[in-house]
Design a protein around this ligand. Structure first.
Ligand code: TXA
Ligand code: MG
Length: 323
């Protein structure tokens, strides 16, 4: 059921159940982070390998300090700058956080979300929440309660409705190695914004570089329809005259063709708006019985890097890889 009653959601969580809940990035599938049975249910429902660790969500920096041994100075600066918000920090965990959460790592991924409903919920319970994105493994992350319901149906009876997610893509994940700041997953906070706070950061590349953490697994965020990055949409239409093609574009519709469906991610070509609309539009096109969904690379500026990361992953074809 989709509803807005925090007390019902809190009760489900207290008794070891799962809920869907909104954050400013994407919807999460949440459980009590201190209850291993509840954590196990997340892996089962998502069909996610237990080697892929979960992000812990809390409501304050004071809460965060309860679960980590220390916070490096650069992490503290980033926390001050971006929390509550779409930043996940990899910090050394203490023994309150089990290896079921971190998949055996001594680091825990932790963040304070910004969505008012999420913060309210977290303040109403006396434990943190683990929450991966509320999609079955490898599917597109949901940006509305309705998408979560469509994925899990009766297997997830409690979904908190916080409307459409404002950011629309996942949090930026940042870790630390000595004095080096490392961006493990590009996300809703741009690298420029991170570097403005801590200076130069090392960014782990997208698909073609070796997979270094589970978070970098390439086959992610994919629609079921064949998804391609193209340079010239018109040329693609002419090369595939018998195919039904969906184009996720920026700006107004420029190409009229009977075989073409068009969704504008932002009529004003605004990257933040495109981010908000990307997953929703991929999901919509995935229900339209198309042969291909095509998209053009976004400008390599600000959050455009994160969007290019997501579309590169969505278009990833294992058999084409040579590493
Ligand atoms: O925006 C978000 O971060 C959303 C919302 C719900 O908060 N959550 C999210 O969770 O995207 P998930 O599980 O879909 O992606 C988290 C990524 C995973 O790919 C996981 O491998 C990585 O974070 N991760 C989690 N804990 C980690 C750890 N201890 N070390 C390295 N990577 C970790
Ligand atoms: Mg996910």
């Amino acid at each position: 059921m989709i509803h807005q009653d925090i007390s019902i959601a809190a009760d489900v969580l207290r008794t070891g159940g799962l809920i869907g809940f909104p954050t400013e990035t994407v919807y999460g599938l949440a459980a009590n982070a201190l209850n291993e049975f509840a954590i196990d249910k997340i892996y089962k429902l998502k069909n996610r390998p237990s080697s892929n660790p979960l992000i812990v969500h809390t409501h304050s920096l004071e809460e965060v300090t309860k679960y980590v041994t220390h916070i490096p100075p650069a992490a503290f600066k980033l926390a001050k700058a971006f929390w509550p918000g779409p930043l996940t920090l990899l910090l050394p965990k203490n023994k309150l956080i089990s290896h079921a959460v971190t998949a055996g790592s001594h680091l825990v991924a932790i963040r304070i979300p910004q969505h008012p409903l999420a913060l309210n919920l977290l303040r109403n319970i006396d434990f943190p929440l683990v929450a991966p994105s509320a999609n079955p493994y490898t599917r597109i992350s949901p940006t509305s309660a309705q998408m979560v319901e469509a994925y899990f149906g009766e297997d997830l009876p409690c979904i908190l409705d916080g409307g459409h997610c404002e950011k629309g893509i996942e949090s930026t994940i940042v870790g630390f190695d000595g004095n080096t700041t490392i961006v493990y997953r590009q996300g809703a906070i741009s690298i420029d914004a991170i570097e403005f706070i801590v200076g130069r950061a090392k960014v782990l590349a997208t698909v073609r570089e070796r997979v270094t953490t589970p978070g970098m697994a390439p086959m992610h965020y994919a629609p079921r329809t064949k998804f391609l990055i193209v340079e010239d949409v018109l040329e693609f239409i002419y090369d595939n005259p018998f195919s039904k093609i969906g184009f996720l574009g920026m700006g107004e519709k420029k190409i009229e063709h009977p075989n073409l469906e068009f969704i504008s991610l932002s009529t004003t070509s605004d990257l933040e708006e495109a981010s908000m609309n990307l997953y929703k539009s991929m999901y919509t096109m995935d229900t339209m019985n198309l042969d291909y969904i095509v998209v053009k690379k976004f400008p390599e500026t600000g959050i455009g890097h994160s969007l290019n990361d997501r579309i590169t992953r969505a278009s990833y074809e294992p058999e084409l890889q040579t590493f």
